[in-house]
Design a protein around this ligand. Structure first.
Ligand code: NDP
Length: 332
């Protein structure tokens, strides 16, 4: 694959210019471009510029509102509902996360319920923003069906990601961010293209039979949840939090509402913030640090997030797929 070296500010400018050219106003373009640039910075390439064509297609089709303004509603002192105005999620997240953090600092626990937005990104930016404020964060969202519940043969869940961050004063937080599918859809696509076998337990073929053939999973088959019935239960919890509790579409409803333009699906996001200072009280940081140091010091263990944080230290250019860059440059 040939690549083009781009500095982070060039990546941001390219994303922002394309979004502006396709109908976003500046706040919406900047927020979405910041999220994609952060993904490139952290080596999370599948959520970097790779996602930009999907953003543009959904602006062109009129599915996403490029001039969205999130509207906040205070349900209680510790519950904030945000209407995303059918815009891309990053603006709602950047608007809502500081409000959520303020509420959690006051109340000990607070929730942010984002409705009517299009999430096409990783979830670590929102939970890391909470950890930077000294808070524990948990976030989840849904999109459209790709994953069969344990025991079933038909897609019903989306790949239902969940992220968690725990603050570590003076250090990078403990953070994981993962889909609850056995494999990301993109990984299966790559394996299918390259003719690679997948391990057992990743998916079923179009007839509902277990297969390790990536092409059979990709073309008409379904992905399975990670960890069998346990992953299926966590995926169900994510549907209930991000759709049932937020009051937005479940995955199977979101696909009905979608124009299938290849961009993101409308839906909700659930974000929970908890203050260890309020809940555990003084000494929480030293207590938790001792645990995390013990964990990280075990032979063979690496903490989730460590790969991304290592990428973040790199001040050099990122090497982006040349074909993608060429096509984006033609659209700005
Ligand atoms: P991975 O399986 O690559 O990684 C999941 C988590 O496990 C990461 O926190 C990762 O940390 C950590 N990890 C990976 N390898 C190890 C290891 N050997 N030891 C310890 N920890 C490890 O991610 P997924 O494919 O499940 O998800 C990728 C992204 O896709 C997520 O950011 C998710 O939010 C996003 N997504 C978004 C959706 C949406 O609708 N918006 C839908 C589905 C997914 P590290 O990053 O440091 O490797």
């Amino acid at each position: 694959m040939s690549t083009v070296p781009l500095q982070l500010d060039e990546i941001h400018a390219l994303a922002r210019d394309c979004l502006l050219a396709h109908g976003c106003d500046e706040p919406n373009a900047d927020a979405a471009a910041r999220t994609m640039t952060a993904a490139e910075r952290d080596g999370a390439v599948s959520h970097g510029l790779f996602r930009l064509p999907g953003h543009l297609v959904s602006l062109d089709s009129g599915k996403v509102n490029g001039r969205a303004r999130p509207r906040e509603e205070r349900l209680t002192d510790s519950a904030i509902r945000l209407d995303g105005d059918r815009g891309f999620a990053p603006l709602s997240i950047e608007y809502g996360t500081p409000l959520l953090a303020d509420a959690a600092e006051r109340q000990g626990v607070a929730v942010l319920l984002i409705r009517h937005s299009f999430h096409f990104a990783a979830l670590w930016p929102e939970v890391e923003a909470l950890a930077e404020r000294g808070l524990v964060g948990l976030a989840c969202t849904v999109h459209t069906p790709m994953v069969a519940p344990f025991g079933a043969t038909r897609a019903f869940f989306s790949t239902n990601p969940i992220a968690f961050a725990y603050p570590r004063p003076g250090r990078d937080p403990y953070v994981f961010d993962m889909a609850t599918a056995a494999r990301a859809r993109g990984d299966i696509g790559v394996a299918a293209r390259d003719g690679h076998e997948l391990p057992p337990g990743v998916g079923l073929d179009a007839d509902g039979n277990p297969t390790t053939d990536a092409r059979k999973i990709h073309d008409g088959g379904v992905i399975l949840p990670f960890g069998g019935y346990k992953g299926s239960a966590i995926a169900t919890m994510i549907e209930l939090l991000a759709a049932g509790l937020v009051g937005d579409y479940f995955s199977y409803e979101a696909i009905e509402a979608d124009n299938r333009d290849g961009g993101p699906a409308i839906g909700g996001e659930f974000v929970l913030a908890m203050s260890p200072e309020v809940l555990a009280g003084p000494g929480w940081a030293d207590h938790s640090e001792a645990f995390l140091d013990e964990l990280a010091g075990m032979e063979g263990v690496r903490l989730p997030g460590a790969r991304r944080f290592a990428h973040r230290q790199d001040t050099g250019p990122r090497h982006v797929n040349a074909e993608l860059v060429e096509s984006l440059r033609a659209q700005r």
